[in-house]
Design a protein around this ligand. Structure first.
Ligand code: ATP
Ligand code: MG
Length: 362
């Protein structure tokens, strides 16, 4: 197996990849795939937390995500792409790790609570919904990675992962509680205390209005109908941008135009390569001298220039779905080799290594 340090991250197959994924996590993955041994997981079990009644959609979305990854330039000869539910060691680890995490601690996780609120789940979420936070600790720790590239919403999950890794190492590997995070493995621990790696943009907002409950702009999300997808055609990008939320109060004498918290300008600041243009036009906008329509047209141009090459590569992979499946099959085999080794070592540390086993998949 490779001696490079490992990276693990993933996406939930609840739709296709959007611009938030791109600036939040994909750019980092592309930048690091030569120097790290990369594992990219499609979290299909986690899609069942909110869509257990839509297995066809989840299956379709698994292929869409893998196709998106290939289209953005993730290279299967360098990076391992795999399907979560085909790596049983992750489930087994989830059960053991669940014993080390207080239930109340999981329920205090702010990302879970934001998802319950923003996805309108009310009291109707399944037991498996909070369980996914524990499952995600296992997704990560099964690969004993050094870095986990994610958007900001994942930080509470990664904090939980760090806590459970410390607890495991202290309880079963005799690591002294005063050990520094970076020294846990050196001190005999099985699990590293992982580091989050935030992207260029920690939380890209969506194209819609702020949340009625919090007044904050919502994060761009596959599930919130506020995303521009990397697979969107040029017309769709245009439609989404032309109807996106801006400043509803603008063109009043007292408030000709606000740039702050205005998705139109947030997007220009992130995606427009000509930041001088952005500065100049933000000033004009504040004075009410340029209109939403012209600024949106420019944004359409900027976004289509970014997305066009991805779209073109995506078409090539869309025409070869069997090749996409082959990439996932090969990746899942490699992922199983690593996760089985971790599970074996974890069971050994917990004194539950009764019989050897060999797993065959694919
Ligand atoms: P869902 O709505 O189903 O939760 P999602 O759009 O939040 O989907 P995920 O698959 O949950 O996407 O997230 C995959 C990765 O992309 C995570 O690391 C997450 O932090 C990052 N990410 C998702 N949305 C954004 C965003 N708007 N800005 C920055 N990073 C993001
Ligand atoms: Mg999400």
């Amino acid at each position: 197996m490779s001696q490079k340090k490992r990276i693990l991250t993933g996406d939930t197959p609840t739709g296709k990849l959007h611009l938030g994924h791109y600036v939040g996590s994909i750019e980092t993955r592309l930048a690091l795939q030569d120097d790290y041994d990369c594992y990219f997981l499609i979290a299909n079990k986690h899609a069942f937390t909110t869509r257990a009644d839509k297995p066809d959609q989840i299956r379709q979305s698994v292929i869409e995500i893998a196709t998106d990854w290939l289209a953005v330039g993730i290279d299967p000869t360098k990076s391992t792409m795999f399907i979560q539910s085909e790596v049983p060691a992750i489930d087994e680890l989830t059960f053991f790790l669940a014993m080390l995490i207080p239930f109340n601690r999981v329920m205090r996780n702010p990302t879970l609570n934001a998802e319950i609120r923003d996805k309108g789940l009310g009291d109707n979420y399944p037991f498996g919904f909070p369980m996914y936070a524990v499952g995600q600790c296992a997704d990560i720790l099964a690969f004993r990675p050094e870095l986990v590239p994610v958007g900001e919403d994942q930080i509470p999950h990664l904090e939980l992962t760090r806590e459970v890794a410390r607890r495991f190492d202290q309880m079963y590997c005799n690591v002294d509680p005063h050990t520094k995070d970076e020294d846990f493995v050196k001190s005999g621990g099985l699990f590293p205390i992982i580091q989050p790696k935030l992207g260029r943009v920690k939380r890209l907002v969506g194209t819609g209005a702020p949340s009625a409950e919090t007044g904050q702009l919502l994060k761009m999300s596959k599930s919130l109908n506020n995303a521009i997808f990397l697979a969107d055609d040029a017309d769709t990008v245009q439609k989404k941008v032309m109807s996106m939320y801006t400043d509803p109060k603008r063109l009043k004498a007292t408030d000709p135009g606000t740039v702050e918290n205005n998705p139109l300008w947030i997007f220009h600041e992130i995606f427009n390569p000509d930041q001088n243009w952005v500065q100049e036009n933000e000033d004009l906008y504040r004075q009410g001298k340029v209109g939403d329509v012209a600024m949106k047209r420019k944004l359409v141009e900027v976004l289509n220039t970014l997305i066009e090459p991805i779209r073109t590569r995506r078409k090539q992979f869309e025409a070869r779905p069997d090749d996409v499946i082959d990439v996932l099959r090969e990746g899942t085999k490699r992922a199983n080799a690593v996760a089985e080794e971790t599970l074996y070592l974890a069971k050994k540390a917990m004194k539950q290594d009764y019989f050897p086993r060999k797993l065959t998949i694919g």
